[in-house]
Design a protein around this ligand. Structure first.
Ligand code: NAD
Length: 322
């Protein structure tokens, strides 16, 4: 028997211990008409946030448009006693997404950049349009929405921004060069926003989810679908958006009720030069195994300062002659 099936799926959401609330917070969730975004919106609404449910209501590849998806989620939040506003703008149109929010509520506390599409093609088949469409929706829209939100959040000295990355970006995945590049770009955006936002209590993290949605229903085995609902991802994303959570600059993989935090790890490295002369390609070749050796005291590198310091330390250790 598949060992995953020994778990029993909780079919009813646990509401009894809802002590982490978002009352008074205004949250924008992009792409909230389906899948993960929908679950984030419902969960935020159930815990007291005023939720702006953005979704252009199109297909998985960015085609078409409809107000139905956003409207249905707003209706569900309201039926459960929550506050919500629908927004049908394409995330690429920043002002159309955030303009009405600021006009209506005059603030913005939480931004979850979640909207996404796929244009999967093997590398040689990716057209300029496939590349650009993915960059626009995932990376550029997240940049522009975050920039506008950052301005508001910095002034109010409070904000939580979530960018949606993907294990496709972190590790690479066949047929997803465009998507992977955008998703890893979001890790870079997150890292820098975290550094720039910290002193004004604007915190930014990235989530790389794995969940059943229309995007993934053909990828995950059917017998695991029940355990891979977006409901298993939303709690981590919501926690990162809560005022009690001071995490920033984190990259989290999450799915199936499991989560882990990622970091960069470097080999100890090797010095292949002396002060006597510039190093050669042969000097690199001679040390290449050592440069790549993760078995000997690998190190986590947490910041650009640490990365630079490792080079400086190597220079100070450099012998005068071979
Ligand atoms: P989904 O297709 O169910 O939901 C995405 C939503 O985004 C849709 O409702 C769609 O209409 C909306 N959207 C797309 N382009 C938009 C645009 N330009 N403007 C406004 N709305 C737009 O997919 P999902 O699986 O819930 O994905 C959510 C996010 O999570 C995406 O960024 C996706 O890349 C990422 N992700 C998902 C998985 C997974 O396992 N499901 C894995 C890695 C990353």
């Amino acid at each position: 028997m598949n060992r995953f099936l020994t778990r029993t799926a909780p079919r009813v959401a646990k509401r009894s211990n809802s002590t982490l609330r978002y009352d008074g917070r205004v949250a924008v969730v992009t792409g909230a008409g389906n899948g993960l975004g929908r679950e984030y919106a419902l969960a935020l609404g159930a815990r007291g946030a005023t939720v702006v449910v953005n979704d252009f209501g199109g297909g998985m590849h960015g085609e078409g448009a409809s107000s139905v998806a956003a409207d249905e989620v707003v209706a569900q939040i309201k039926a459960a006693g929550g506050n919500a506003m629908a927004n049908y703008a394409n995330v690429c149109n920043t002002d159309e997404v955030l303009g009405p929010v600021l006009e209506e509520y005059g603030k913005l506390d939480i931004l979850i950049n979640n909207a996404g599409i796929l244009r999967d093609r093997s590398f040689l088949r990716i057209s300029d349009d496939d590349w650009q469409a993915i960059m626009d929706v995932h990376l550029t829209a997240s940049f522009k929405l975050s920039q506008k939100a950052f301005e508001v959040m910095k002034a109010q000295k409070y904000g939580r921004i979530i960018n949606t990355s993907s294990s496709s970006g972190i590790y690479g995945n066949f047929g997803q060069a465009n998507y992977a590049a955008a998703k890893m770009g979001l890790v870079g955006l997150t890292n820098t926003l975290a550094i720039e936002g910290r002193k004004n209590n604007v915190l930014c993290n990235a989530v790389a989810p794995q969940a059943l949605s229309r995007m993934t229903e053909n990828i995950f085995p059917a017998d695991l679908h029940e355990m891979l609902g977006p409901q298993f991802v939303a709690p981590l994303t919501l926690y990162l958006c809560h005022e009690d959570c001071d995490e920033t600059g984190g990259v989290f993989e999450t799915g199936g009720g499991y989560s882990s935090k990622l970091r960069f790890q470097s080999t100890k490295g090797a010095l292949f030069a002396t002060k006597a002369a510039y190093p050669t390609v042969e000097d690199v070749a001679a040390k290449f195994d050592e440069i790549c050796n993760f078995d000997d005291e690998p190190e986590a590198v947490e910041s650009i300062q640490e990365a630079t310091m490792r080079i400086m330390n190597a220079i100070s250790d450099m012998p005068d002659a071979p």
